[in-house]
Design a protein around this ligand. Sequence first.
Ligand code: ATP
Ligand code: MG
Length: 399
Amino acid sequence: MHELFLIGNKILTTLEANGYKGYFVGGCVRDYHMRRSINDVDITTDALPDDIERIFERTIDVGKEHGTIIVLIEDTPFEVTTFRTESGYSDFRRPDQVAFTSRLNSDLERRDFTMNAMAMDDDFQIIDPYGGREDIGDRIIRTVGRAEERFNEDALRMLRAARFSSHLEFQVAPETERAMAEHARNLEHVAVERCVVELLKLYRGPGVKAAKALMVKTRLKDHLTFLENIGDEDFLDTEVGSLENEIALQMWRDPGLKRHLHELKLSNDMKKEIQNTTGLIEMLHSPATVREVAYSHETKILENASAIMASNTFNGLKEKRELIRSAIGLKPHLPISGIADIDLDGNMLMEFFNARGGRWIRKVFSAIELEILDGNLENDRKKIMEWVDAHVEYEAGDI
Ligand code: ATP
Ligand code: MG
């Protein structure tokens, strides 16, 4: 039994000792049943958020109004959520429309797919009212209840179906797929950042090719920012390795899209990575040398561009791949990886010329940088100062 379940079981037994019921629920039960690795374990209970806070010593309120409290056991965080329902059968209503219920089955009923609508008790017995295990056995993604209704309630579920088909390499049930095709345009009403979360996972799954084909077949693709601009053929042809790379490639093809990048509400790091990758592809189309390409980009960005080019069949990108592979090869052998690596500091220059600091220092550093990169100068303080002595004339206001 996975350690997370053993630690989490303390929450279930504590709930029970206080007169409540608690179960493991959702993805962790699915993954346990499939003998897949488990990253986090969610718990569902009939205890209300206030009860949960009262019973457990260490809790964090992360969304009380939605019923979610984090309980820390041995420093491991567990999301504990009160049974919720989306239909009108609730026992406990809240003004903000989140309805709590005392029935486990109602909580499972609101979940998206049969494989995600299973719970497990403290004896590790699985509760599976919607046939999740059977569908897992058949490798099928099927909505709990009528697909049209479930996609009407929350259109994101359609994209989640595609995401799970990539992640688990499962097929979507015919009636579920039909409903996806019928309701695809509703995806436009879903907050873009929710879609991005699912798309990032979709691109990381082993079944990304089939999932993309599904997105084309059901036309989900036509209702997603950035992806909507890609022709079906190109979308299916290109295997770029990640959503970030897909976006970078699109921004290179249509620079007008750069203005829209912020709409995806990505982290700053992710945005930078995408922009740098697009910038690198642009640079490859200018007369840049291998050395320049290697020096001006992090290995991650070089690898991104390489992945994009590995599978593209248009615009001669493939030829540029040689250049990028050489740059990746050269990168670890560059004498410096940035100006900060130069074995010299500005004070030494100021002392040497008996001059005050200013823009000239930056200029001298740039000249030294080029010499070192070209292999004409060793990155050694003494050698550098000899070179400065021989090559740099200081005249106030001149350099
Ligand atoms: P992963 O292992 O990739 O995180 P997961 O099944 O845990 O997969 P989450 O997005 O973390 O997926 O959601 C946790 C659970 O919450 C799901 O298993 C499902 O039961 C439920 N759920 C999540 N999103 C929805 C949704 N949009 N509609 C209905 N149920 C949902
Ligand atoms: Mg999860």
